[in-house]
Design a protein around this ligand. Sequence first.
Ligand code: DQA
Length: 136
Amino acid sequence: MKFLFINGVNLNMTGLREKGVYGTATLEEINKAIAAHFKNDKCEFYQSNCEGDICTKLQQADCDGIILNAGAFTHYSYAIRDAIAAINIPVVEVHMSNVHAREEFRSKSVLSEVCKGVICGFGKNSYILAAESYKL
Ligand code: DQA
């Protein structure tokens, strides 16, 4: 299968920021672990801190499944929500942390309604579990 993993705002700081919440592995290390897990599949990784760039990436995607951790954009980006709704590729929303066990604003996602499903709380394995769901 062909997967596109998209990470949004501040996810490039993974491994450096709030280590108690997001762990010590960098995004590059996480992506390497994902690629190793899916060694028989094609994995593309994209990260941007810019909302519009993520919308463009979604619009241009050519793959079987998209795994999206939009970071804080999750909680308020109607632009990313509309971009997901505009394409025919299923998107799984992921979060490394359990967003329901944190601040109240993190419990609300404006993306979930247009996503195939949501996985949160499993650290880097959230990405792997999300992509595995396309194989079931
Ligand atoms: C996050 C959760 C978001 O609330 C937060 O803004 C992030 C990361 C996660 O992976 O747990 O940046 O999406």
